[in-house]
Design a protein around this ligand. Structure first.
Ligand SMILES: [Zn+2]
Length: 102
């Protein structure tokens, strides 16, 4: 696993003194969340705000693992239809539609 550098992260809380400022080393990992405990919980040492590393990403509401999510996205990008992608990735068509954001 690649070593994550946290210096590029910033606090998303608008009332925080370091809101939006990266490189301040105030955001650090604080544990794992999710049913599989595979989502990193980040913590701002300045204001104490805790936030999922998936916040404001395409993965925020995904219940899939990142690998399977990316597989579905790649199949869609290559032009596979919703049903074909669902069959190839072993997910339901509804899940494929959720990945597309529709
Ligand atoms: Zn903060």
């Amino acid at each position: 696993m690649a070593t994550e550098t946290w210096s590029s992260r910033f606090c998303p809380r608008k009332s925080c003194a370091l809101f939006g400022l990266s490189g301040k080393a105030n955001v650090r990992p604080r544990g794992w969340i999710g049913s599989r405990k595979d989502i990193r919980l980040l913590w701002c040492t300045t204001c104490g705000f805790r936030v999922s590393e998936r916040r404001r990403t395409a993965l925020v509401l995904a219940k899939l693992s990142p690998e399977r999510f990316h597989s579905v996205a790649q199949h869609l990008t290559e032009g596979c239809g919703v049903r074909a992608t669902a069959r190839l990735c072993g997910v339901t068509p509804k899940t494929v539609l959720r990945v597309t954001g529709t």
